[in-house]
Write a new protein. Structure first.
Length: 202
């Protein structure tokens, strides 16, 4: 499936839910979410993240899941906490019945916020290191007994949105021929210079 097709598929699936939440019309169920820190192997580093799961009792069958890719400021704030907005996204996905995983691409590599840096380190590049991080997170989720490996999505903001634009390419770093695939993807305000420069971006 091409990059455009993958992003379009997610838009058709998730846009109604996202628009409802953004409009403030959704009423959260009584159940919330559980969260736990996780560590999992990346391509060149041991990655960390925060996993959110629905708080209701385990149900029969497997759930959809979503990988959440942070922006240029990193996953955590200056106090080492998950910012309120990012927490709310993960908690809302959990209320909808998803397993949600925030992936930290920066702290495990000793990086802080990159937003004000003109020259950014290679280990932070969206289409290389972070793309591989997203696939490492996909491997983690696909192996869980409570996740449907055929229904794992990826979503990113800003720098993470640029990562998503790289993740959905057929030749994306970290994507294995026999490995799991993302069902669909959405990128919020990504940098589009890479796709525009790349002839034949799909």
């Amino acid at each position: 499936m091409s990059a455009v097709a993958v992003i379009t598929e997610f838009s058709r699936f998730a846009a109604p839910m996202l628009l409802t939440a953004a409009a403030g019309c959704a009423t959260a169920p009584a159940s919330g979410s559980r969260e736990e820190p996780v560590t999992f192997p990346g391509k060149d580093v041991s990655l960390t993240g925060i996993l959110f799961t629905p708080a209701d009792a385990p149900r029969a069958g497997r759930r959809p899941a979503v990988v959440l890719m942070h922006g240029c400021s990193g996953m955590l704030d200056s106090r080492g906490r998950l910012p309120t907005g990012r927490r709310e996204w993960a908690e809302q996905f959990a209320r909808w019945g998803y397993v949600a995983l925030h992936v930290d691409s920066f702290a495990p590599r000793g990086l802080g916020s990159l937003c004000d840096l003109k020259d950014r380190p290679a280990e932070s590049f969206p289409w290389t290191a972070r793309t591989a991080d997203a696939y490492a997170a996909l491997d983690l989720l696909a192996a869980r007994a409570d996740v449907d490996p055929q229904r794992v999505f990826v979503l990113g903001w800003s720098h993470g949105g640029s990562t998503v634009m790289g993740v959905v390419r057929p030749e994306a770093p970290g994507r294995r021929e026999s490995g799991p695939r993302f069902k669909a993807a959405i990128a919020f305000y990504p940098g589009c210079a890479g796709p525009l420069r790349l002839k034949g971006y799909r």
